[in-house]
Design a protein around this ligand. Structure first.
Ligand code: BT5
Length: 341
């Protein structure tokens, strides 16, 4: 179940969804014919059907009544979107906010919405996920009531080969939000894990849809362990994990954290669009847990060991190996080995 808060800048598609819901509510549980919806909204019957299908994916229980039309049986009942957008100081991120009580994966929903034309800055949030995705087909533990699972739709005006530069946007924004709302000191492990006191507190999964000449959309998937307790973590995690509450020794309010995160994302993204990659790269380097450290690489680049020298224009990790050459690592996982070769 969900709540939805389209903000005034929402595009036509989401406006039609909202108008359909208003028409249902005007009838108070009654049936509204497809013909009436099509006439009142000035769209085709097929378009009405597509919007009904989208609303159903978003958690609205809409029944088709044979030869009469549609009836809204129940609406999502969480109020989080309205709470989040109240006082949210952003220009792009949060143009529309959609919340689910439970969904398979916010990245899957966000991709679907993006394909249907959802506006840039649309944010999909879930209280729990049944199939939370990590990188490389791994799973992301997503219990209810404690954490943040969210996906943001971006449509950056850049060529696809520049898209890896935006990989770091969400990790930097999460780190800034942690500093601002908890006073903890986060660090980023390449490419995108956010650590507090050496343990993983957040992970990111970015997914892109592109043509040769342009990025169609980019989904920033962000999972943050906010109030998860020690006994909620599975025993076999790849890397030691923690939550903000465990590290801060107190419960962290989710809504102010989410608002701080969306505001950081908004200002970093706008600065990227106006000034390019430089400021984002600098921010990432300032927060990096791996700069100057010796790391070993698994996945692509398996077996490489070297001292981290930085990241390049495409987000690749630059490693100085024992024989003096510098290797570029484009994908994979790194593990810290020591303090210098
Ligand atoms: C990540 O993958 O770190 C990316 C996680 C992205 C999750 C968000 S939630 C919202 C959005 N919707 C989705 O479906 N996904 C995104 P990776 O680096 O591959 O780490 C995954 C590994 O971390 C797993 O194999 C576990 O070992 C471990 N892990 C799983 N759940 C965890 C958790 N909640 N906290 C810390 N570690 C976890």
């Amino acid at each position: 179940m969900i709540g939805e808060q389209p903000r005034p800048s929402g595009n036509g598609t989401r406006d039609i969804d909202r108008k359909i819901l208003e028409l249902f509510r005007d009838r108070e549980g009654g049936v509204v014919s497809g013909e009436a919806l099509s006439r009142l909204l000035n769209v085709s019957r097929t378009a009405v059907w597509k919007h009904i299908k989208t609303l159903k994916t978003l958690g609205y229980d809409i029944e088709a009544v044979p030869s009469q039309g549609y009836r809204l049986v129940s609406s999502p009942d969480i109020l989080i979107p309205a709470d989040i957008s109240a006082g949210l100081a952003t220009a792009i991120i949060g143009s529309s906010i959609i919340c689910f009580r439970e969904t398979e994966s916010t990245n899957i929903i966000a991709s679907r919405l993006a394909e249907e034309g959802a506006s840039e800055g649309t944010v999909v949030i879930a209280d729990s996920q049944t199939r939370g995705k990590g990188r490389l087909g791994r799973q992301w533990e997503s219990p209810p009531g404690v954490n943040l699972y969210c996906s943001v739709i971006l449509r950056p005006p850049i060529l696809p080969f520049h898209a890896p530069q935006l990989t770091f946007l969400s990790a930097v924004a999460v780190a800034e939000a942690i500093e601002k709302t908890t006073g903890l000191s986060p660090a980023i492990k390449w490419p995108n894990d956010v650590l507090v006191n050496g343990c993983k507190v957040a992970g990111m999964l970015n997914e892109m849809s592109a043509e040769t000449e342009r990025v169609e959309h980019l989904i920033l998937g962000i999972g943050v362990n906010i109030n998860m307790m020690r006994d909620q973590f599975p025993a076999d995690l790849r890397y030691p994990a923690t939550s903000l509450a465990i590290e801060a020794g107190r419960e962290i309010e989710r809504i102010p954290f989410i608002r701080a995160l969306l505001e950081s994302l908004d200002s970093l993204y706008r600065s990227y669009c106006a000034e390019g990659y430089g400021p984002l790269r600098e921010a990432w380097l300032a927060l990096s847990a791996v700069m100057g450290r010796v790391v070993s690489v698994s996945g692509q680049g398996e077996g490489l060991v070297g001292t981290v020298e930085g990241i390049d224009e495409n987000g690749a990790l630059l490693l100085r190996c024992a024989d003096g050459r510098t290797e570029r690592v484009l994908a994979g996982d790194v593990t810290m080995v020591g303090n210098g070769l």
